[in-house]
Design a protein around this ligand. Sequence first.
Ligand SMILES: CC(C)(COP(=O)(O)OP(=O)(O)OC[C@H]1O[C@@H](n2cnc3c(N)ncnc32)[C@H](O)[C@@H]1OP(=O)(O)O)[C@@H](O)C(=O)NCCC(=O)NCCS
Ligand SMILES: [Zn+2]
Length: 210
Amino acid sequence: MAKGYLAHETAVIDEPVSIGSGTKIWHFCHVMSGAVIGENCVLGQNVFVGARACIGNSVRIQNNVSIYDLVTLEDDVFCGPSCVFTNVMTPRGRLRRSIDEYLATLVKQGATIGANATVVCGNTVGQHAFIGAGAVVTKDVPDYALVYGVPAKLVGWLCECTEKLSFYVANGVETAVCGKCGLTYENKNLTVRRKKPKRCSDPPHNLFGL
Ligand SMILES: CC(C)(COP(=O)(O)OP(=O)(O)OC[C@H]1O[C@@H](n2cnc3c(N)ncnc32)[C@H](O)[C@@H]1OP(=O)(O)O)[C@@H](O)C(=O)NCCC(=O)NCCS
Ligand SMILES: [Zn+2]
């Protein structure tokens, strides 16, 4: 790892690129000039990364996935084998689209894309959202949502640890506590937020006026 990252001898890396330390790029990958890949990522066999693609830290991309221009994968994203991203909504063989006509795709921190799922361009996959295998995502996916099917539909909510969340009303607020890891969530009109754990300095424990 002289460069700080490892690329198998069959991988083609078109310099200049930005690839973080600890990243591993396996057999037959192609990273185009200008691509940005963070630290501690794993790119499985036959992964393509476009010049205007952006990949955060600790992203895991399984075999046969193309990260095209204007696709952004934030930190900790998992891309299942052969999942598909897109960047032109209405392509034609004879029409040359400029990058100004591309639609961006954003996959937010911690989200999972299941095997063979397709994300139609112009959509955002929320933080820690989970896209089931084979789904076709045609709309934005909320944070922590579990969606699957064609087109993908909201079927539930998953904790960051992937346990299913069951919401109940407590003090007028839809609340869920993960049965596995104990993280707590609130759901307001399909917007799920993880409640921050209490700190010693939070009231009413802030006895020292810190
Ligand atoms: C979505 C997923 C997490 C399971 O969700 P779940 O709600 O626990 O699913 P269950 O097994 O309880 O199934 C519930 C129902 O949903 C259906 N279902 C589950 N996953 C589905 C999917 N991806 N697409 C369509 N239907 C699905 C089941 O057939 C079942 O239907 P039924 O009620 O008619 O019998 C899982 O099926 C999945 O797709 N995981 C991704 C696996 C993957 O791609 N891994 C990549 C790395 S190897
Ligand atoms: Zn949990």
